[in-house]
Design a protein around this ligand. Sequence first.
Ligand code: ZN
Length: 110
Amino acid sequence: MPLPSILTIPKADTGMQEWLFAHARDHEEIINAIQAQTGIKLTVYNLDQADKDMALWMERHSQAHNDMNSVVCVAGSDLDIVDWAHPNQIEAWLYGNYQEHLGVRTALRI
Ligand SMILES: [Zn+2]
């Protein structure tokens, strides 16, 4: 269960790539659990790769959250906007993202 590792981005040079990988695996686990429990097959978006300006990644990620939140009836927060150049914004975004993953996992009991 990779969930705890998505709350922070590791400080190493490869930290963002590690985070993207762990976070994408968590989305896949959730998608698989939703399919197993409800029969609903959600789209698997490419969340492993960062985009140059991150805008396209943010769009795919927001859609992934909207998809999973709507199935399990978890209220989503505003994860559409973060300035990746500002550590405080990144920290707040990471926490909001973590809370949604946790909420969906709790609803699915995984
Ligand atoms: Zn996410």
